[in-house]
Design a protein around this ligand. Structure first.
Ligand SMILES: Cc1cc2nc3c(=O)[nH]c(=O)nc-3n(C[C@H](O)[C@H](O)[C@H](O)COP(=O)(O)OP(=O)(O)OC[C@H]3O[C@@H](n4cnc5c(N)ncnc54)[C@H](O)[C@@H]3O)c2cc1C
Length: 475
């Protein structure tokens, strides 16, 4: 680590790494700091005995990731992105399989749900045309009411996967739904062949090639500010001590609220900005159950598919999706084709959750018991689709909102950053404090793998413009 950099990036989530890569490639001197001992943020894996490895957030992303990785990373990374062709739904209202794209959804909505083709076409056209400049007063609930009045089954088909993908609810601005839904509908759902660890290793190599200095286990505890301008960061490495690094630009990929209130300090922002930042709502967190099957045991791919949205709730209900009394789960099935060179199948079950149901106020014995219940109930639910699963399991483990908070330092263990109002605050930092930028899950539309990568690109461009402007002023 040097004493001075052009840019310091706090956090190696997909947004932080992408911004660091672009800026490094453009010739800037960049330091990437990560508090964890692994890179990737939520795009990560963990290992257990006998070669067991679990992916945390590799369940599916839109096709746009291919273009973004090709442009802002490299062709080899883009080449590993492949489609997940079998997406299934199983709930009391319907059971179906789809490739999760516009053509197939049109077929399903017309043939299976009996919706007029014109309404389906109009709905797709409307969502496709949405952008973040749109009117925010229209909610997703109102959008559905306009096109599919009183069709709760249609709402469930269209909404449940997106709620899983970014935590949005029927009461969020419709544009947050429309943008993300259309991204998926353009060509379906994609994954990274080889697993998240391979992706992150490839990204780390590219960062090194582009001369980015990467330092792990190095939490930033303070962003230094002088006279309305960013001056650098203070790091408290996990092995002790304190290091100050000087830089006129700091890009935080950490939680938006943590960036403002923990690392920078409210005293450096205007009163109205602080008030707006305080009122930004965090998005929800998640629980996950990780299941490794015994070596050689093969889950029937034909039967289970790649992603399975299952629910026992009679109807779609955003609030119920967060309830500790779980009725809805998304199962991701990983076959040896995802990780060539392995002879194991894995299942990861994800459910949206409230932090408060799992936070430090839950006594530790109760917390442990809740995790055991979570695992048991999940395996029972999975038996419906894989009847002999229980006797073929090698390892199970659970993560809770507390786990996500601990490993990423996200306030409330937020899986998808903040609600929509966070976007303006994230984009407004540099206007308040010269040289302070943010990129990472915010505002629903900037979350998920593709959202995070693309926000990293936007932040890198902003920083480039800022540094060029500063250079001009100096000259
Ligand atoms: C259970 C779950 C399932 C998901 N499934 C999917 C999916 O299928 N598809 C999809 O597209 N998205 C999915 N997501 C969302 C996706 O993983 C995230 O939106 C995306 O990875 C977030 O990237 P990010 O750049 O915002 O940063 P994050 O991944 O949030 O990373 C932030 C980084 O900053 C570091 N950091 C924080 N504070 C400091 C500090 N003070 N100093 C140094 N470093 C710091 C953290 O350790 C972390 O590495 C899922 C998320 C969860 C939780």
């Amino acid at each position: 680590m040097k004493d001075v950099y052009d840019v310091v990036v706090i956090g190696s989530g997909l947004a932080g790494m992408t911004a660091a890569n672009i800026l490094g490639r453009s010739g800037y001197d960049v330091l990437l700091l990560e508090q964890h001992f692994q890179l990737g943020g939520l795009a990560t894996t963990f290992k257990r005995r006998d070669g067991i490895i679990f992916d945390i957030s590799l369940h599916g992303f839109p096709v746009g990731m291919i273009k973004s990785c090709r442009r802002y990373w490299n062709q080899s990374i883009a080449d590993r992105i492949v489609q997940l062709p079998k997406i299934r739904f199983d709930n009391p209202q319907f059971k179906l399989e789809t490739t999760f794209d516009r053509d197939d959804f049109t077929r399903i909505l017309v043939d299976k749900f009996g919706i007029q083709r014109e309404s389906v076409v109009a709905f797709f056209d409307k969502t496709r045309s949405m952008s973040h400049y749109d009117d925010q007063s229209l909610t997703t609930r109102e959008l559905f009411a306009e096109f599919f009045p009183n069709r709760l089954d249609v709402v469930r088909l269209l909404m449940e996967p997106i709620t899983y993908a970014n935590g949005s609810t029927l009461d969020d601005p419709a544009l947050t739904y429309g943008i993300v839904f259309s991204n998926f509908m353009s060509k379906g759902v994609y994954t990274f062949q080889g697993g998240t660890d391979v992706l992150i290793d490839m990204m780390a190599s590219e960062l090194t090639k582009n001369q980015v200095d990467i330092v792990k286990s190095s939490p930033v505890r303070k962003i230094l500010v002088d006279n309305g301008k960013v001056e650098g960061v203070v790091i408290r490495p996990k092995n002790g001590g304190e290091i100050t690094v000087r830089s006129k630009v700091v890009l935080s990929n950490a939680n938006l609220k943590g960036t403002i209130f923990d690392m920078t300090g409210r005293e450096h922002f205007s009163k109205s900005f602080v008030e707006r930042a305080e009122s930004v709502r965090l998005n929800n967190s998640s629980t996950q159950v990780y299941i490794a099957m015994k070596r050689g045991y093969v889950i029937d791919e034909e039967q289970c598919g790649d992603l399975l949205f299952t629910s026992t709730a009679p109807e779609f209900d955003s609030a119920k999706l967060l309830d500790r009394n779980i009725t809805s789960r998304t199962f991701s099935f990983y076959y040896p084709k995802t990780r060539p060179n392995t002879d194991r199948c894995y299942v990861v079950s994800s459910t949206n959750a409230h932090y408060k149901d799992w936070d430090d106020s839950v006594p530790s014995e109760e917390y442990k018991n809740r995790k055991i219940d979570l695992i048991n109930q999940t395996v029972t639910h999975l038996e419906k689709f894989v009847p002999d699963v229980r006797q073929n399991i090698d390892w199970t483990e659970a993560a809770t909102p507390r786990t996500f908070a601990r490993y990423t330092e996200h306030w409330g263990g937020a899986s998808f950053g903040t609600k929509y109002e966070g976007l303006a605050i994230s984009r407004g930092l540099n206007g308040e404090l010269a040289g302070l930028f943010h990129a990472g899950s915010v505002g629903i539309i900037m979350s998920g793998w593709l959202g995070a990568v693309n926000y990293g690109v936007i932040a890198a461009n902003d920083i480039d413009a800022f540094l060029l402007e500063n250079k001009k002023t100096k000259n």
